[in-house]
Write a protein that binds this ligand. Structure first.
Ligand SMILES: Nc1nc2c(ncn2[C@@H]2O[C@H](COP(=O)(O)OP(=O)(O)OP(=O)(O)O)[C@@H](O)[C@H]2O)c(=O)[nH]1
Ligand SMILES: [Mg+2]
Length: 236
């Protein structure tokens, strides 16, 4: 098993809450700009800023979440047709961190060539990107996780990447039924209890503050105590 770079954060609800209490004001996205659609790693931005990436099935709402968080309708292109985002799209936030829209998986009718490039493109990003602090996995709150969702989650764990789960399209599920749906997601993805699973709606903005609190923790200045120690992992 390969060891991650020193930037990966420990994902733990308690640490996120502690960080929130420590801050005098809630975290705000004041400025958001599209930087680049990258395919190869030499196209990634050079800044050493901390990064958080969004992964999830096509059409789950990754691009819509970016737009809602940034209060910008058309910053990230969205579509009712799956397969809209097919490159690694970097967004510069507040001029000191990056949010990344990863291409969606699990969509059958993308071309064979596209499917063949998806794996290596994602793998290169996950393995090589030292700035990467966490990948937030988006799943649809309405349905149990798909086999692709489970494979993605296992993949993130394999690469020792910190993850949390965001359950999207919460507006489609009545409030009283949400916790049962969240419990199915936790069980099927085998998410331990300290890892957050947040309900979110790009439509209504519900859950936005929780996602921002999480990002604020993940993007905060490097704090030795809160980082996973990978020193003990020998290089292969
Ligand atoms: N009701 C509802 N619809 C949503 C929500 N989020 C996204 N959608 C819709 O779902 C569709 C797909 O949204 P996108 O944000 O383009 O999805 P994506 O994950 O970026 O998809 P790819 O780029 O194909 O990987 C669009 O029609 C959105 O309007 C939500 O929270 N609630
Ligand atoms: Mg998209």
């Amino acid at each position: 098993m390969m060891g991650r770079g020193p930037e990966v954060k420990r994902m733990d609800i308690t640490l996120v809450e502690q960080h929130k209490e420590k801050e005098a004001t809630p975290f705000l996205i004041r400025d958001a700009q599209f930087v680049i659609s990258a395919v190869r790693h030499d196209q990634y931005p050079q800044e050493p800023w901390p990064e958080v990436a969004l992964a999830g099935r096509s059409n789950v709402g990754k691009s819509s979440l970016i737009n809602r968080l940034c209060n910008r309708r058309h910053l990230a292109k969205t579509s009712s047709k799956p397969g809209k985002t097919q490159t690694i799209n970097f967004y510069r936030i507040n001029n000191n961190c990056h949010l990344i829209d990863l291409p969606g998986y699990g969509y059958a009718s993308v071309s064979k060539t596209q499917r063949a490039t998806w794996g290596p493109m994602m793998e290169t990003y996950m393995k090589k990107r030292e700035q990467l602090r966490a990948v937030l996995q988006l799943v649809d709150l309405r349905h149990p996780p798909s086999s692709d969702d489970k494979a993605m989650h296992a993949w993130l764990n394999h690469y020792e990447i910190a993850t949390a789960v965001i359950a999207t399209k919460a507006d489609k599920i009545p409030r009283g039924k949400r916790s049962a749906h969240l419990a199915v997601i936790r069980r099927d993805l085998q998410v331990p209890k300290e890892i957050p699973i947040l309900a979110f709606s790009a439509e209504t903005g519900e859950g936005k503050e929780d996602v921002l609190d999480l990002l604020a923790y993940l993007w905060e200045e490097r704090d030795e105590e809160m980082l996973i120690s990978v020193d003990a992992v020998p290089e292969e």
